[in-house]
Write a protein that binds this ligand. Sequence first.
Ligand code: 1GP
Length: 227
Amino acid sequence: MKEWKHAFKLDPAKEIDDTDLEKICESGTDGIIVGGTDNVTLDGVLDLLARVRRYTVPCVLEVSELDAVTPGFEGYLIPMVMNSQVKKWMMDLQHEAVKQYKNVMNWEEMFVEGYCILNPEAKAYKQADCRMPDADDVLAYAYMAEHFYHLPIFYLEYSGTYGDPDLVRRVKGELESTQLFYGGGIETPEQAREMAEHADTVVIGNVVYTNLKQAIKTVKAVKEITK
Ligand code: 1GP
């Protein structure tokens, strides 16, 4: 996943037909992340996994619901919400997961993501009872993700709204080995390119369901950038 520049995030609770799914999987994206906030079920995850598996594109599961975890993915992303005000989202859910699955977990396939959620309207922001950090707070979270926790991924999450490219640039400046994911509100190839100037990996979500043509164009836009 280290070399991923572009990823599509597909929500197992949302419908997508075979033709659209083929376009996504054959788009040249580096990978598919299966993940969502609401109504994530094992059936939904298994269905999407089986359908994405028809293609060669790598596919990872972002774990939000312990009951919906299944083998068969190339990797597993474990979110840890750094700006949550509730310990549950930072430690307790992960603790429960380790308690239940420790013996079957393959740590080579697990990637903990330090999330910083910056859109107060996002479902995940509300669900995890986040507080709004200022720019200096965000930079410090990024620094902690790398230097305190040695996390492989720091995720600037604006889910549903387009973020601040200058903040993405500054966050990137704090990180050396931790991979910077940016996700949120990308609807055009230009926006994808702007965020890819700084983020290591750009994640495209909702526009897949609202404007697939534009979504597909983001792949080329991101791939053209040489940093
Ligand atoms: C959501 O970061 C992703 O977790 C992508 O966000 O759906 O707003 O593109 P959007």
